[in-house]
Design a protein around this ligand. Structure first.
Ligand code: UT7
Length: 407
């Protein structure tokens, strides 16, 4: 079914009538419709097939979904917040730690400084602060929140930190979980939030991206330690009538083949002494487990990002029925200015439409998109109704994009 106006035939439940936990809403507004048809116009300057570059991944091409998409409520972003640690490390400071220079780091990455957790600071603390600010901006009380998604690859606890964050925020009617997808984590959390709203009857979902990669960086490896910083950012995603949906299109991918280019593996060594009752197994009981430092092949990750991100944004734009000229702001994961610049060039998006705060914070993993968004909103750049093309990419490998309207 061609569905150029995917929301047109839908029942629109009355949003103000929903209660915080409003599960019954799911029954009210649910209809099924097919994925939006492509609209027969040239969507972007660079269609997927024309994007140059060696592709590492096997499933890079966006395919139509296998099943009809369930369309219920729309979602909109109505608040944001962020938090960063106090301790700042400049490029000159980095040059005291490893053999590098301000010039090398600035020219190759665009990063000038970064923040790092110290003392009593924690991922949880940053996440709480960012989440609180997002709730305040959204004028949503903590007990009106239905779900908290903590997007992080560096929780304070291996079993997850999201529940502690939601409890500390006073979200007593919510539940919480952690979502791990490295630097794509926030995008994954955001998309998940809209699905709980669309099909689950949830009204308010708090999505927090918070990471501390400084804990997993080898501070003697100049190829990685200069890149990363710590931080948190959050958005409040709220249900809205389907015809007011501000989440216009998305596209996500993963490919384990590229894992070798960016990872922080667990290592669980065997015991040195064989214990007789373990049938001679040298791997039982295990020694204390640990994670290795971040291992990265920067050149391969760079090539992957520059080739895959434009493709993904084109796919999201197509789903949204928009073109690159409809984008008010390009908001990419803040990894390297050269990646951001190359993606913008391929999509023919002028530099004044790029949101970037990479210079001040480095690569903050799952925090980088909401942290940059928060600064752009509070700085008056991003205004109500603006269309944002956001894209995350990183370890896994994982990558994806979303087209959304601010407020
Ligand atoms: O969330 C995703 C996370 N990761 C990324 O996005 C990473 C993407 N990749 C990159 O950002 C870039 O590849 C890097 C910034 C990591 C590296 O830049 P590059 O232009 O690819 O440099 P390179 O690795 O090819 O190294 C060039 C030279 C080498 O020296 P030789 O072999 O040419 O003599 C390196 O040893 O630069 C040297 N080098 C450095 N020199 C000074 C590498 N790191 C440094 C450093 N300071 N920090």
């Amino acid at each position: 079914m061609a569905n150029a106006t995917a929301t047109a035939g839908m029942v629109s439940p009355h949003v103000p009538g929903m209660h915080a936990g409003g599960r019954d809403m799911a029954r009210l507004g649910m209809v099924r419709c097919w994925r939006r048809a492509r609209r027969g116009k040239v969507m972007c300057a660079a269609p997927p097939s024309s994007v140059n570059g060696d592709v590492l991944m096997g499933n890079d091409v966006s395919k139509p979904r296998r099943l009809p998409r369930v369309v219920g409520m729309g979602s909109k972003l109505i608040g944001c917040g962020s938090a960063v640690p106090k301790f700042e490390i400049s490029n000159d400071d980095m040059a005291e730690i490893v053999e590098t220079s301000d010039e090398w780091i600035s020219v190759r990455t665009g990063i000038h400084k970064r923040r790092v957790l110290t003392g009593e600071e924690s991922v949880k603390g940053l996440a709480i602060e960012a989440g609180k600010k997002a709730l305040e901006m959204a004028h949503v009380e903590p007990d009106e929140v239905d779900l908290v998604i903590l997007c992080t690859s560096t929780p304070d606890d291996l079993f997850g930190t999201g529940a502690q964050v939601h409890t500390a925020l006073g979200c007593k009617n919510a539940w919480a979980f952690d979502a791990t997808a490295a630097c794509s984590g926030f995008l994954v959390g955001l998309i998940t939030a809209t699905r709980f709203i669309k099909g689950g009857g949830y009204k308010n979902v708090l999505v927090i991206g918070a990471d501390s990669l400084s804990r997993y960086v080898d501070w003697t490896d100049r190829g990685t330690c200069i890149l990363f910083g710590d931080g948190a950012g959050a958005v409040l995603v709220q249900a809205t009538a389907a015809e007011e949906d501000g989440f216009l299109g998305f596209d996500v991918h993963s490919d384990g083949q590229g894992y070798r280019h960016l990872n922080a593996k667990t290592s669980v060594g065997g015991t040195e002494e064989v214990i007789p009752s373990t049938n001679g197994s040298i791997n039982f009981p295990p020694k204390k487990p640990a994670f290795s430092f971040i291992q990265m092949n920067g050149k391969e990750v760079f090539r992957f990002a520059v080739s895959s991100v434009p493709r993904s944004i084109v796919a999201s734009l197509e789903e949204a029925g928009l073109t690159n000229s409809d984008i008010d702001w390009l908001l990419l994961h803040q990894a390297n200015w050269r990646i951001i610049d190359a993606v913008a060039t391929r999509l023919q998006i002028p530099s004044e439409k790029i949101i970037s705060n990479l210079a001040n914070y480095g690569n903050t993993s799952a925090a980088s998109i909401p942290l940059a968004l928060d600064e752009a909103v509070r700085g008056g750049k991003v205004k109500g109704g603006d269309i944002i093309a956001a894209s995350g990419f990183g370890a896994g490998l994982t990558w994806g994009s979303a087209i959304m309207r601010w407020q």
